[in-house]
Design a protein around this ligand. Structure first.
Ligand SMILES: Nc1c(NC[C@H](O)[C@H](O)[C@H](O)CO)[nH]c(=O)[nH]c1=O
Ligand SMILES: CC(=O)[C@@H](O)COP(=O)(O)O
Length: 141
């Protein structure tokens, strides 16, 4: 069976945390036998949708994994950042008929809570691989 080919979109905002998330996600992709064919680092989670779209357009991308960390500040800006990005990325998944999985932690999250959730990226890889394989099975049925 063909390898699952993943595109990664990684936010560099809170890089000390997203770096750990990214490495755990990469390790899990290797463990599952998936291939990361493309990776793009974006400034922050709100900037992800356009990068997700460009990866979805590529022939050698079966699914896109997003990795980021949205930590609360003094305002509700974190809600704006994540809610809008997440909604748009879910829309893009339907538009391109390919899985886009959410490995972005938050909102309403403290830095300590973010550090406790560095496996969100790994979880997004797990979901992406399962979705690609199960959709392939559905196509064959
Ligand atoms: N506060 C966080 C952000 N904010 C930045 C935005 O994502 C974006 O880069 C900016 O609005 C320019 O378009 N991003 C995160 O990923 N995490 C945060 O905690
Ligand atoms: C989620 C963020 O962009 C965060 O840095 C916003 O902080 P603040 O709510 O204090 O402006």
């Amino acid at each position: 069976m063909d390898k699952v080919r993943l595109g990664f979109v990684v936010a560099e905002f809170n890089r000390e945390i997203t770096y750990m998330m990214e490495k755990l996600a990469e390790e899990h992709a290797e463990f599952l036998g998936a291939e990361i064919t493309h990776k793009i680092v974006v400034p922050g989670t709100f900037d992800m949708p356009l990068a997700v779209k460009r990866l979805l357009e590529k022939e050698d991308v079966d699914a896109v994994v997003t990795i980021g960390c949205v930590i609360e500040g003094e305002t509700e800006h974190d809600e704006i950042v994540l809610h809008n990005a997440a909604r748009k990325m879910a829309d893009l998944s339907l538009e391109y008929n390919k899985p886009v999985t959410l490995g972005v932690s938050g909102p309403g999250m403290t830095r300590l809570q973010a550090e406790e959730r560095v496996e969100y990226g790994k979880r997004a890889v797990e979901s992406a691989v399962k979705m690609v394989k199960r959709l392939r099975e559905l196509e064959r049925s």
